[in-house]
Structure formats: C-alpha cells, structure tokens
Design a protein around this ligand. Structure first.
Ligand code: PEP
Ligand code: MN
Length: 638
C-alpha cells in the first residue's frame, strides 16, 4: 500500500506510522517526491487500511494494484536515477555501456576499454563468469577476469559491470565491481536475485529469454525487496519463432516498462540481434524508443573473440555509433551522458587554482522565464536534475544573478533557427566582462496547446502565449479561427496563467515541461508550423565557478568580439587572421556600440581544434583591432 503523508507531518508522527506498519510485518520505504512524501509498505501481511488512514499526519492510503510494488510507478511517480559511481542512469540521459562479451586477457580488456572510453562510453562491461549454452564453450576467466576488468576500469576512469551467476560469488564480487549484471538465463534465479539485492549495489537486470514484462518486473521486485533500490532494466531480445536474428528485440517493451515502473530501462542490441550489422540501427531504434541507454559488445578483434564475435562491433563502428546516438538524442529530448575528460583542457589549464564547484547538487542555474520554460529544458540538458534552478523575470536579471553570485551559471538563448539571433543577450554579454561563455546547449522547440484537465478543443475560446510562439503556430491556429489569440510575456507563464484562471475556455501554448510542471493537460502536441525549430543557448558563468561544465567536455568553439578602426579593409584584416590560421567561422554579427553612433562591435564564433594555436591567434587579433575580447571558449553541442 502507499501511505500518502500530510505536508506538515511531524517526525514523531511519521515514526509512529512507520513503527505501526513494521510491527504489522510490513517492509516500509520512504519516498520523497517533488509533490508528496509517501511511505511504501510491502510484504505478505495485511492490515485494515482505515487503521492507517486515521493516524495523525496521514493524508490517505492507496492500495498498489500491481503484483510488483516497489518497482511500480504507482508507488513512485518520479523516474529513478541509478548512480553507478559518478555515472547516472535514467531521466533524460542516454548512458552507453560498452566492452567485450568476455574478459579474455589483460591486453584485450585494456585495448577495448581505452577505445570505448575514447568514443564516449561511460561504463565498461565484460563477462568473467559466462553462462554458456554448451559446457564445452569458454566459461570465462572467473575472479582473474574481475581483477583485469577492475584494472581497466580504473585505468580509464570507468565504472564496471559484469555478470554474476552464483549466489556464492556475490560477496567476493562486491570487492571488484560497481554494478552487478543478472543475465537473461538467471532472471528468475530467485536465490541469486535475493543475494544480489542484499548488497544494495546497482544491478543491471536483463529480461529473461521468454519472460513477460510482468515477470521481468517481478524479478526487479525481488532485488528491491531484498534491499537495493538501484535497479536498471535491460531489454535484450526475447525468444520468438523467428530465427533470422538471435532473438527478437522487443522495442515496444521500453515505453511499456516506463509506464509501469519508475526504474530506468536500457536496451542490448548485441544479444538481441546476434549480428554486428544490425547493432547500429537497433541501437538507434532503442534510443528513439525512449531507452535510457544501451549496452553494446565491442571487440578489437571480433574474429578472434572467445564468445559473441559475430555481434561485436569493431571500435570504428562503435565510434560512429556514438556520434549517431549523440545526433539523435536532442530529437527525442535526451542528452548523451558523457564521461568527464581524462586530459584537462589545455585552454583552461591556468584555471587550476580556481575553486571547484563540482558537486552538481550544490549548483544553482539561472534562466529567464517561468518554471517549465524551454530555457529550463536547456538547463536540464546540461546539468544534473538535482541542480537548483533560479527563474528570473528578464535577461538582465539573469545576468545579474550570475554576476552577484546568486547563481553559478545562467543558460540564455542566443539564437533561434526561425527567429535568428537574440541580440539582447549578446549586448548583455558585452556589458558583463566578468562573465564568460563556458558551454552551449540546444533545444528543439515543440509547442503544445495546454489547458486545464478535462477541457476539449471545442471548449477553448482564448489562447495565450508569447507572440513568437503564436506566430510559430500560425497554421494550427488558423484552422481554429474562433479562438482568440492573446499575446503573453512568456510561454510557460501562459500555462501558469491558464491554470490560475481554472477555466476550460483558456489555453496556453508552451513546451511539454510547462504542462508537466503545472499539472495541466496537453490538448494538441507539436502544433508549430515548422518542426525544424531549434534554440541555441549559451551557458555563462564566472570562469572560477565553471568547473562542473568545464569537466564535461573539451572546448571546440570560441566566441569573440572586437571593434575595428574606421578605414578600408579593417574588418577584412581581422577575418583574414582567422582564415590564415585555419579557423572556420560559424557566425558573424555586428552590433552598434552604445554612445558611439555608427560604430560597431563585431561578434564572431569560430571552431577550434588541436592544430589551432588559439592564444597566438588572439594576440594577432589584439594587435590589429581597436578592442578585443574572448567571450568564451566552450564545447559545442552542434
Ligand atoms: C552478456 O551480456 O554477455 C549476456 C550473456 O547477455 P544475456 O544474459 O542477455 O544473454
Ligand atoms: Mn555476450
């Protein structure tokens, strides 16, 4: 049962409820959500619900209708985020685990670990105990394999996961690994599930060869009832009559599981297909289907692999796959979980003495708009979901929040693919020399018609939104001429306004997060005329506070501003310095200089690479220009 607690419950009252339930034989788990705090009470016992309902501090009691309780979405509304050391799985992330089917030797695992890490995998896999169909096949290196996997994980700064096949190995394995893997053949080995669950460690639970989704979730329930709440589900293909592939990848299981359970679900395209050439398309299908990641087999010499060679990718294929996944992620509202670089960014090597703010939960990020705005979506793409957000009324206020130290970062829109450059933010950046661009983010703008729950399209008489959003939904709104369009200062704000009116005839137009945040209903989805509508954001910060973003990826772009003397060819001279040094320019703008009529500041963005001597180029520009400033160097997401 789910015991929903009142907001003002005292600690004493809560302890009383917990003790009462425990005395009745229930296992009790407290779940703190953004809205409610609940107690999940599970077990074989039963109690008259009314006895719990009348206890002080209890708001209501709801039975859990599903046979799995702790794993059920009914108990916990928010997505569970599983942490495997510094890697997080779940929410909007796509996490890629890669490595060989089996650990074969020191050289093999080190070589593969280095290459998958370089391509962007964040967790290293490799079997040490292999449950093979034939007793005469390679069974794995056992504990020796665990030692080698640990060495490779440590050498390349990756958490490791490996399969456990026997309850008697569990304790020994906790000394080596970061995440247990329960293989498909052991999904219903209940003694193994109990032993692994008791360690409270993260577990990757593969779906059984012929398990239904309910049986799979019941296996997760075994793990959770035994003590761990860190379970990641993995769809790896099920057995059907089809023999063209090794198994049949059940992509549709992903959205179903996400509805039924709060646990993250990933996919295994390698064991599902058994064929190397199908791994890339099926990986993309899994990500497109909403998977929180994939686990892929990669081998440096697949033709010599001790097991599963035909389905193992060559490292170059894996590299390409990672790039394809990264490109796909923003389309489906996800972002690829990236490993922090091992080698520090040379451009910022002088910032070592700056104080570090690496704990993501302590970070405050400012943005302009109301909660649920597209800018907040950009914040969530770049920061941990535990980072705090600071909504600001104006762009200027957002800059001030970072300048004064109220926030460590701000995420500000600089360009929209339909509307062009957002000049206000370039001008504000020019007015804040203490702030610098440290990152970039991109969000696809999908507009929705949002109203109070229960309203129908024919009920809507007035629609509020930002004038740009109304313009971007012109065709949809033209098909409903009886609806009056009313400009509002903010998209997400229009949803808040509609909610406050509590009137079925009023709707707002905004992104899906605004509907979710205000518990409103989406009446029509994707109503923008042009679906290629993207907004690009700058992440700005004081350089000394930027460690969290700086540690994610290497800078490959720079934003510069300069002014030139009033003489023929002055601008040309600066642009040729960029060209002569092999710098590709991706953006050029000119802005009037306040107080100097008809004089301009030029603003450019350029790409950086290992060959470009950025500091030398800056010196050259400084000499040729009247004024010059590096607005920031950052990792581009485009
Ligand atoms: C594996 O991941 O190496 C493996 C054996 O997978 P499964 O249990 O899904 O067959
Ligand atoms: Mn395998």
């Amino acid at each position: 049962m789910i015991v929903i607690l009142k907001k003002g419950i005292t600690l004493q009252e809560k302890n009383k409820v917990v003790s009462f339930l425990q005395d009745k034989g229930f296992m009790v788990k407290e779940i703190v959500g953004t809205e409610d705090t609940v107690l999940g009470a599970v077990g074989t016992s039963s109690v008259d619900y009314r006895m719990v309902e009348i206890m002080p501090g209890v708001s209501s009691v709801v039975p859990i209708s599903k046979p799995y309780k702790l794993a059920s979405r009914e108990l916990k509304k928010e997505d569970t985020i599983v942490s495997v050391k510094n890697v997080k799985i779940g929410g909007n992330r796509v996490c890629v685990m890669a490595g060989p089917c089996a650990v074969e030797s020191y050289d093999q695992i080190m070589t593969i670990a280095e290459s998958v890490r370089e391509s962007g995998a964040v967790i290293l896999r490799g079997g040490a105990f292999k449950p093979r169909t034939s007793p005469y096949s390679f069974q794995g290196l056992g504990e020796e394999g665990l030692k080698l996997l640990r060495k490779a994980g440590d050498a390349f700064d990756m958490p490791i996961t490996t399969e456990v096949v026997s309850p008697s190995d569990v304790e020994m394995m906790t000394g080596y690994i970061d995440m247990f893997q329960i293989g498909a053949r052991n999904m219903q080995n209940f003694e193994l599930l109990k032993a692994v669950g008791r360690t409270k460690m993260p577990v990757l639970l593969k779906r059984g060869l012929s398990a239904t989704i309910e049986e799979w979730l019941m296996a997760a329930e075994y793990l959770m009832a035994s003590g761990t709440d860190q379970v990641v589900l993995c769809e790896r293909g099920i057995r059907t009559y089809e023999r063209a592939t090794r198994n049949t990848l059940d992509c549709s299981a992903i959205p179903i599981v996400q509805k039924l359970s709060h646990l993250p679900v990933i996919g295994d395209p390698s064991h599902a297909t058994g064929k190397r050439d199908m791994v890339q398309p099926m990986s993309l299908a899994l990500v497109a289907g909403g998977a929180s990641g994939i686990i892929v087999e990669v081998h440096n010499k697949p033709e010599c692999a001790f097991s599963d060679g035909p389905q193992s990718l060559y490292p170059v294929q894996f590299e390409k796959l990672m790039r394809d996944i990264e490109a796909l992620c923003p389309v489906v509202g996800k972002s690829l979980e990236k490993a922090p670089r091992i080698i520090p960014d040379s451009i910022h090597s002088d910032s070592a003495e700056h104080h570090e703010i690496l704990d993501p939960t302590k970070i405050v990020v400012a943005f302009q708009g109301e909660r649920g705005a597209f800018s907040e979506l950009a914040v969530r793409r770049s920061f941990d979901e535990e980072a705090k957000v600071l909504p600001c009324h104006s762009f200027a206020e957002t800059f001030d929040a970072v300048s004064s130290g109220k926030a460590s970062y701000a995420v500000l829109p600089v360009e929209n693919t339909l509307g062009g450059t957002i000049y206000d933010n370039l001008d504000l950046l020019a007015m804040h020399p203490e702030l610098t661009v440290v990152g970039e983010q991109q969000v696809r703008v999908v507009h929705n018609l949002i109203c109070v729950p229960g309203a129908r399209l024919e009920d809507i008489k007035k629609v509020y939104s930002h004038p740009q959003a109304l313009a971007q939904c012109k065709e949809f709104l033209a098909s409903l001429p009886e609806i009056e369009q009313i400009p509002y200062y903010d998209t997400a704000g229009s949803v808040e306004f509609a909610k406050k009116q509590n009137d079925k005839s009023i709707a707002g137009i905004a992104g899906a997060p605004a509907a979710k945040f205000h518990k409103m209903e989406i009446l029509a989805q994707g109503i923008e005329t042009n679906p290629s509508n993207y907004t690009r954001f700058y992440i700005i910060s004081r350089e000394e506070n930027a460690s969290y973003i700086r540690s994610q990826a290497k800078s490959n772009k720079a934003a510069l501003s300069f002014s030139v003397s009033d003489e023929p060819g002055a601008l040309m001279k600066i642009l040729s310095i960029l060209g002569d040094n092999g710098m590709n320019m991706t953006k050029l703008e000119s802005r009037p200089i306040p107080g100097k009529p008809w004089e301009y500041t030029f603003f450019v963005e350029v790409q950086l690479n290992e060959e470009i001597e950025f500091e030398k180029v800056c010196e050259e520009i400084k000499k040729a220009a009247v004024s010059f400033r590096v607005l920031g160097t950052y990792a581009s997401v485009l």
